[in-house]
Design a protein around this ligand. Structure first.
Ligand code: E4P
Length: 223
């Protein structure tokens, strides 16, 4: 399973890249706003900076909601860097735009997906990625992981090449569960990725190994 980081923060992207396990980045308009990135020129420059840090797909979301607007914005975004994936919302115009981008060889990420039916439409339009938002489903007492499982079954039934990109991941158990049900990608906050490193027995075990090593060294000096 690929690990993407879900942020527009350059420092967090660098930190995740340094871990050696990062495969890509997803952003959205809220994440860009959180970093204070505003104005078209700054936003476009920011995407290029992200692409220069990470060697992998970088999702850049269109703001337009009409077909013509999405096409023109998406083509500009795709021209920025070969790793840009145009992120398009799951709407009627969005699905048409995905179909258009696919025919032009432009990679797409269909975002704001909350049902298997929406995921089926995204795959039929040829989306490179589909983004089911599992955390937001959990928030309304609906099982987000179950949706990933359902989409996996549907895509495998028909051999759809669209990659399932689990989004709105909130914690390390989401990542494990995504891997169990066969998501292709999980896009995560940095904190969820770094939490995977932690286990108290690893910490204790390492302390013990090093203490024993030091003790043996002192004994051999005395001897
Ligand atoms: C997906 O690409 C979105 O950026 C993201 O995962 C949304 O997550 P949230 O529900 O934590 O805002």
């Amino acid at each position: 399973m690929k690990f993407f980081i879900d942020t527009a923060s350059l420092s967090q992207i660098r930190e995740a890249q340094d871990l050696g396990v990062l495969d890509g980045v997803t952003t959205n308009p809220s994440l860009m706003a959180k970093e204070g990135i505003t104005g078209t020129d700054n936003i476009l420059k920011h995407y290029v900076e992200i692409c220069n840090i990470v060697d992998g797909d970088v999702s850049a979301e269109v703001i337009a909601t009409d077909y013509a607007g999405m096409i023109s914005e998406g083509e500009n975004l795709a021209a920025l860097h070969p790793n840009i994936v145009v992120k398009v919302p799951m709407t009627r115009d969005g699905v048409k735009a995905i179909k258009y981008f696919t025919s032009k060889g432009i990679k797409t990420n269909c975002t704001l997906v909350f049902s298997a039916g929406q995921a089926l439409l995204a795959a039929k339009a040829g989306a490179s990625y589909v983004s089911p938002f599992i955390g937001r489903l959990d928030d309304i007492s609906t099982d987000g992981i179950q949706l990933i499982d359902q989409i996996r079954t549907i895509y495998d039934n028909y051999g759809y090449g669209t990659e399932i990109l689990a989004a709105s991941v909130r914690h390390p158990m989401h990542i494990i569960q995504c891997a169990e049900v066969g998501a292709d990608v999980a896009t995560c906050p940095l904190s969820a990725i770094t939490a995977l490193f932690e286990h108290p027995l690893t910490t204790l075990g390492l302390e013990k190994f090093l203490a024993d090593h030091r003790k043996a060294g002192q004994q051999s000096v005395k001897a």
